[in-house]
Design a protein around this ligand. Structure first.
Ligand code: NDP
Length: 295
């Protein structure tokens, strides 16, 4: 049986982080500049806390200064805005990330608007997304997860130009910008979402699938065109009594079935997840270089 090549996001991310470590020490020695990332966490969601922890650790490992603010679940929007504003003005901070989702009493739009676009390393400010959507405009930053997906396709020499690509999901954070990025790469892009009828008929045409639906094992073998390249963004907990935690993480794509049909696939974990963090670090370094004019 033919088995798909595994796209090893973990090792690509490590390679990127190794190069960043060297670059950051060069910036420090030559220009006295140390990139800084501020991460703001509101509330007590365990998954968010662990993402923030991972980001902080990754910063330390490459030599980026990290500044963390943790605010209580019932914190007022004004207080969060005040922290964002002080990071906007802080010259040692080059990137500001507000961990999403925010508690329901907060207006996500106001918050994302408040991050100055020069420090919007998550690439989620409407001006950055707007530029991404318009031809002839360049966003200052690309959103980390979609950027990581495209980087994996490049690293594995996957042709994108002229190919049929299908994105599953249309969220502001992943699906929508992933579709825009694929289109910039000259793919012909279709988007599948929760209201799409017969999604398998659309995915079956895809040379490339980026799946970000958040539905465990939704994409079955029968949904996949032979030889397709599959990028699985989904991180979904499923019960597993053999795991000491009682659960394990799976993607949106049924890995066992897909492996027999696709030409390449990202595993979960170890695929897109580590790339998201690597892209965040890269965006932060790019930002520090741009702000201090050091190249
Ligand atoms: P959202 O819940 O915001 O969006 C999910 C999208 O998938 C929506 O557009 C929704 O459609 C669509 N969708 C839901 N169910 C179906 C279905 N049955 N068929 C087709 N489309 C469907 O999630 P996110 O975009 O934030 O995240 C998606 C997944 O990616 C999650 O598992 C998340 O944990 C993971 N993730 C992973 C990251 C990483 O670094 N690897 C980073 C960020 C997220 P509709 O718009 O109609 O509701």
């Amino acid at each position: 049986k033919v088995s798909a090549m595994v796209i090893d996001g973990k090792s690509v991310a490590e390679d990127i982080q190794d190069k960043l470590t060297v670059e950051i020490s060069r910036m420090k020695n030559k220009f006295g500049v140390v990139p800084g990332l501020a991460v703001i966490l509101v509330g007590d969601r365990k998954d968010s806390a662990s993402y923030v922890h991972n980001k902080k650790e990754a910063c330390e490992s490459v030599g980026i200064n990290s500044y963390e603010v943790c605010l209580p679940q019932d914190c007022r929007e004004e207080e969060l805005l005040m922290h964002i504003s002080s990071f906007n003005d802080d010259p040692s901070v080059h990137g500001i990330l507000v961990q999403l989702p925010l508690p329901s009493h907060m207006n996500e739009r106001n918050i994302l608007n408040a991050v100055c676009i020069e420090k919007d390393v998550d690439g989620l400010h409407p001006l950055n997304i707007g530029r991404l959507a318009m031809s002839g405009r360049e966003p200052l930053f690309l959103p980390c997860t979609p950027k990581g997906c495209i980087e994996l396709l490049h690293r594995y020499n996957v042709d994108i130009k002229g190919k049929n690509a299908v994105v599953i999901g249309r969220s502001n954070i992943v699906g929508m910008p992933a579709a825009l990025l694929l289109q910039r790469e000259d793919a012909s892009v279709s988007v599948v979402h929760s209201r799409t009828k017969n999604p398998e008929e659309i995915t079956k045409q895809a040379d490339i699938i980026i799946s970000a639906a958040g539905k465990p094992n939704m994409v079955r073998g029968s949904w996949i065109k032979p030889g397709a390249v599959l990028i699985d963004v989904g991180i979904n907990p499923v019960e597993d009594s053999t795991d000491p935690r009682g659960y394990r993480m799976v993607g949106d794509i049924c890995y066992e079935e897909a492996c027999k049909i696709a030409s390449a696939i990202t595993p979960v974990p170890g695929g897109v997840g580590p790339m998201t963090i690597a892209m965040l670090l890269l965006n932060t370094v790019t930002s520090a270089k741009r702000i201090h004019n050091c190249n």
